[in-house]
Ligand binder design. Structure first.
Ligand code: ADP
Ligand code: ZN
Length: 210
């Protein structure tokens, strides 16, 4: 299974990607996690990415396409994968469709903007493994510590309100057109995000298995 997840920032795409990764036994590839790892390690890519991410903008297509070309070559991709964050523009989708990778399905997870702004307000992220939590909706077992790896939890620098609004604008302008793009290719499934994670997971699996 080669699956693309499309959703606005904060829609719960990462959480669903993790669920699907376990369900299908294939890796979930988060472009945001790749970029943030590069930022924390201070790589060349990280230095460039930091400027765009902190402004709520997308990093340039050619750079992102190069990063993903490398990622797809890794061994764990051979039985399929879930793409969380790629493609995010028509140009990236065109590059993917010109490659030898065949996408089976594209899932669009729909959540309204109001819900997103509220959710991102309380989001916490593990600084070591990137797992996400929420101060109200998804609290860790031990405050401030990651359930999975024990790492320290913190607020992502691009989750501040001004940047969140900019990220939503970027999403509507650059990523939302991919919904029609993949609908025309006959690959699109749609699920509505719910307030409970378990309900969203159920809707996602139903949409994919329909
Ligand atoms: P979210 O979906 O919540 O915005 P991500 O972790 O997926 O968070 O992405 C964080 C940031 O990384 C994005 O706002 C963008 O700046 C950058 N980014 C991630 N994926 C891409 C991509 N495919 N193309 C360009 N920029 C990207
Ligand atoms: Zn962790």
């Amino acid at each position: 299974m080669r699956l693309i997840l499309l959703a606005a920032p904060g829609a719960g795409k990462g959480t669903q990607a993790e669920m699907l990764s376990e369900h299908y036994g294939i890796p979930s590839i988060s472009t945001g996690a790749i970029l943030r790892k590069n930022i924390s390690e201070g790589t060349e890519l990280g230095k460039i990415a930091a400027e765009y991410i902190n402004d709520g903008k997308l990093i340039p297509d050619d750079l992102m396409i190069k990063v993903m070309d490398e990622r797809f070559k890794q061994d764990d991709c051979k039985n399929g994968f879930i793409l969380d964050g790629f493609p995010r523009t028509i140009a990236q989708a065109e590059a993917l469709s010109a490659s030898d990778i065949v996408i089976d399905k594209v899932l669009s997870l729909e959540v309204d903007d109001e819900t997103i702004v509220e959710r991102l307000g309380g989001r916490l992220e593990c600084k070591s493994c990137g797992a996400t939590y929420h101060t109200e909706h998804r609290t860790p077992k031990i405050e401030g510590k990651c359930d999975k790896c024990g790492g320290e939890l913190g607020v992502r620098s691009d989750d501040k309100p001004e940047t969140v609004r900019e990220r939503l604008k970027t999403y509507h302008a650059q990523t939302e057109p991919l919904i029609e793009y993949y609908r025309e290719k006959g690959l699109l499934c749609v699920a509505k995000g719910r307030s409970e994670i378990a309900d969203t997971s159920k809707a996602v699996l139903e949409a994919l298995e329909a």
